[in-house]
Design a protein around this ligand. Structure first.
Ligand code: ATP
Ligand code: MG
Length: 381
């Protein structure tokens, strides 16, 4: 089959329309081993960005829909009362990266939010949960298992959860035949095959505001990112809400590279805090404390970054990945290049059957800062 035929079949559109799509630059063509795939770079005919068409010769092409985006709550009580029907499942929102796992052409594939098959995630997931996942796919070959990949050993957002081997995966949705399973079905199915799910904190009546508030307050202390709220039968879509610790913590993290994440991070997170404070009405001491935390998050990391550029001439971050199979290192490097992520390979060593590789990722903020230190002039007005 040629590209147009593959797309026309997988998307259920005419060949003329598929040809138009190919010309439109809304699609990105990539390859993972024997699988060619096409990722949607924007929403298209009801399919979300990040949807993927997979194709391996000899197998029917397959569409994997993008993971649906989850609306955010600003006012917890108001939103929960208005949005939900009666009961609400409260799950912990895990801070990692969205991963859709599918079975195609005899292979397990891990697909990231943007619609890329990630060789590294596929590798680590196959090692840690391959057997359990293959069990599920043997009975439900068309399932999409969506979950959060977490831990420090990954090339994406890293948050220090105590997961064995630095890599974990927790399921939050299973789609079969395009249908998102209800909460109990999801729990039962994942349980049957021994696949871990996200922590379920409680199932409450939507009027129990004080309980929801207490859950969020506890997460502020334990370091959880926030909560995802679901209708047990998916009669209405899920909603998300994050802690102050996360809202301000993300700004702090993003401001290390203030010419990059800094800009886009700040406003949405400040907005979350404006309404969180409005709703919570903290006392004067707590309020002062939050103002101080926000101010510190905005200025302290950039100051440290400027000083680092002055000392070392550049700015970057490092992360560690471990591989059982050296071939996946090459595939990962090719994948980063494809995504336009500049990485340099640092120390490589063997360790208990693993290849442990340190990666350095130079950051553009370092170049901007160097220019400012040289010229004294601002790149902005
Ligand atoms: P969105 O995915 O809603 O478009 P985003 O990419 O900025 O926005 P987040 O703000 O992190 O993502 O929130 C949604 C994401 O949270 C989901 O895509 C998923 O990866 C992650 N997540 C973590 N825990 C859960 C959970 N329990 N249920 C659903 N999603 C979860
Ligand atoms: Mg996230």
């Amino acid at each position: 089959m040629n590209t147009v035929q593959v797309l026309s079949e997988a998307l259920g559109v005419s060949e003329g329309e598929a040809a138009r799509l190919v010309r439109s630059r809304s699609l990105r063509r990539s390859r993972y081993r024997g699988v060619v795939y096409f990722s949607l770079r924007r929403d298209y005919r009801g399919l979300p960005e990040g949807s993927v068409v997979l194709y391996a010769p000899g197998h029917p092409p397959r569409l994997v829909r993008g993971y649906p985006s989850i609306s955010r709550i600003l006012l917890l009580e108001r939103a929960v009362e208005r949005h939900f029907v009666d009961r609400v499942v409260v799950e912990e929102k895990m801070n990692g990266y969205n991963t859709r796992v599918v079975w195609y052409a005899g292979e397990l594939l891990a697909i990231t939010r943007g619609g890329f098959v990630c060789p590294y995630t596929t590798h680590r997931l196959s090692l840690s949960l391959g057997e359990a996942l293959r069990g599920l796919f043997a009975d439900h070959p068309q399932a999409i298992v969506a979950g959060e990949s977490i831990g420090l050993e990954n090339p994406y957002p890293r948050y220090p959860y105590p997961v064995e081997g630095g890599f974990g995966f927790m399921v939050f949705d299973i789609f079969i035949g395009g249908r998102r399973l209800g909460f109990s079905e999801r729990q039962a199915l994942a349980g049957d095959y021994g696949i871990p799910t996200v922590p379920v904190i409680d199932v409450v009546e939507k009027t129990r505001h004080e309980r929801l508030r207490a859950i969020v307050d506890r997460l502020e202390e334990t370091g959880g990112e926030g909560i995802i709220l679901r209708d047990p039968e998916n009669r209405v879509p899920p909603l998300k809400y994050t802690t102050t610790r996360t809202n301000i913590g993300d700004i702090e993290e993003g401001m290390r590279f203030f010419f990059e994440e800094g800009r886009s991070f700040i406003f949405p997170r400040v907005l979350r805090e404006i309404f969180k404070i409005y709703e919570e009405r903290p006392g004067p001491r707590e309020l002062e404390e939050r103002w101080l935390r926000l101010g510190r998050a905005l200025l302290q990391p950039p100051q440290a970054s400027v000083e680092r550029v002055e000392r070392e001439g550049l700015l970057g971050e490092s992360f560690v990945l471990r591989f059982r199979d050296p071939r996946v290192l090459d595939e990962s490097l090719a994948h980063f290049a494809r995504l336009g992520i500049r990485v340099q390979v640092g120390e490589v060593r063997s360790e208990g059957g693993w290849l442990r590789v340190v990666f350095h990722k130079p950051r553009r903020t370092g170049d901007e800062v160097r220019r400012i230190l040289e010229t004294g002039l601002s790149p902005l007005d």
